[in-house]
Design a protein around this ligand. Structure first.
Ligand code: ATP
Ligand code: BTN
Length: 317
């Protein structure tokens, strides 16, 4: 099916006959595959008598060779379709694949967000990126790591023209109040000894409509007005991550604390911190040297950390 898509991706008209010859299949088999592309992948195909078939919008698919030529950092595996790139990365670790390596997909059927939420992942529109690292330096190498990933994602977005990209504790990347990227770290092994961490990153790239997303969101395309080649974005993200991961490994999170706070969009803002059923009202003071959130609550500084915490701006802010 993707071979047919590769022929159509230029956005030009192709006759059923020419497509059949190129694929070595009958015209009716071409027709069936076209219907499958529309139904399965949600693509829109123009069908014009006498001219043939044309993708409603040209597509650039992920291409490991193109990414490698721009920034050959880690071995890459690209899937046309997968349940979740994080789930696939975890399976590969369990099967003994040597880290570091990168898993990408054109779409995710069960893309996951924090706390089991669903991450909307349509075909060929966005980036679904899972980088696997081996950690053998103990807890220090994990401290603040998800915040460091946020910094790398934010800078990659800025390089691609999203000037307003900023951070929201612990690891969202926003433009104004709209989410443009989400980060989900998953760990296997013993964090105090040797373990593997999957750095799962979802970036909205060319998505322009998504009714299923249950919060305010945006994409690179919506922010810049231009479509973005996801291969270029992967190469930029690879470079940013390589730099930040190295700085984090050598100097620890404390060396990046100030830099992170500078780009925290909610510094000094009144917020509500949601921890299960309880809500804590406070004002954001910043983060500590391990990436934990510092809030002023009833005039006293308190520190919060953990994967189950969510921050919301207070209605009166
Ligand atoms: P917090 O981390 O503070 O709880 P959050 O509301 O963004 O913030 P997450 O669990 O981090 O919650 O992210 C999952 C949420 O992201 C989902 O509930 C969904 O509303 C939203 N979401 C799903 N897919 C996308 C997408 N492609 N772009 C933006 N948001 C999405
Ligand atoms: C969040 O904000 O809740 C985190 C979203 C993380 C989404 C990415 S997409 C690539 C990787 N694979 C997944 O299933 N999730 C992460």
């Amino acid at each position: 099916m993707l071979t047919l898509l590769n022929l159509l991706k230029d956005g030009r008209f192709h006759s059923g006959e020419a497509l059949g010859i190129a694929l070595g299949i009958s015209r009716s088999a071409v027709w069936k595959q076209l219907q499958h592309l529309e139904a399965e992948l949600g693509l829109s195909i123009n069908k014009v008598r006498g001219r043939g078939y044309q993708l409603a919008a040209p597509l650039t698919l992920l291409d490991p060779l193109k990414i490698g030529a721009l920034a050959a950092v880690w071995p890459i595996t690209v899937f046309d379709s997968i349940d979740s790139t994080n789930a696939e990365a975890l399976r590969a670790i369990n099967q003994g694949r040597a880290a570091p390596f990168l898993v990408l997909a054109e779409r995710q059927i069960s893309g996951r967000g924090r706390r089991g939420r669903k991450w909307v992942s349509p075909f060929a529109e966005n980036l679904y990126y899972s980088l696997v690292l081996r950690i053998d330096g103990g807890m220090r190498q994990l401290e603040g790591l998800s915040l460091v990933v946020g910094l790398a994602v934010m800078h990659a977005l800025r390089k691609l023209g999203v000037a307003g990209a900023g951070l929201k504790w612990p690891n969202d990347v926003l433009v104004g109040n709209k989410k443009i990227a989400g980060i989900l770290l998953e760990l296997v092994g013993d964090p105090a000894d040797v373990c593997h961490v999957v750095l799962g990153i979802g970036i909205n790239v060319n998505m322009q409509v998504a009714e299923a997303v249950g919060q305010q969101w945006t994409s690179i395309r919506l922010e810049t007005g231009k479509s973005c080649d996801r291969n270029v974005l992967v190469a930029e993200l690879n470079e940013q991550l390589r730099g930040y991961i190295q700085r984090h490994q050598v100097d620890g999170f404390s060396a990046l604390q100030e830099e992170w706070e500078k780009d925290h969009m909610w510094q000094g803002r009144p917020v509500s911190l949601i921890a299960g059923v309880s809500h804590i009202e406070g004002v954001v003071l910043g983060i500590d040297s391990q990436g934990a959130l510092r809030l002023k609550v009833d005039g006293v500084e308190k520190v919060f950390s953990g994967g189950e915490l969510s921050l919301r701006l207070r209605d009166d802010s």
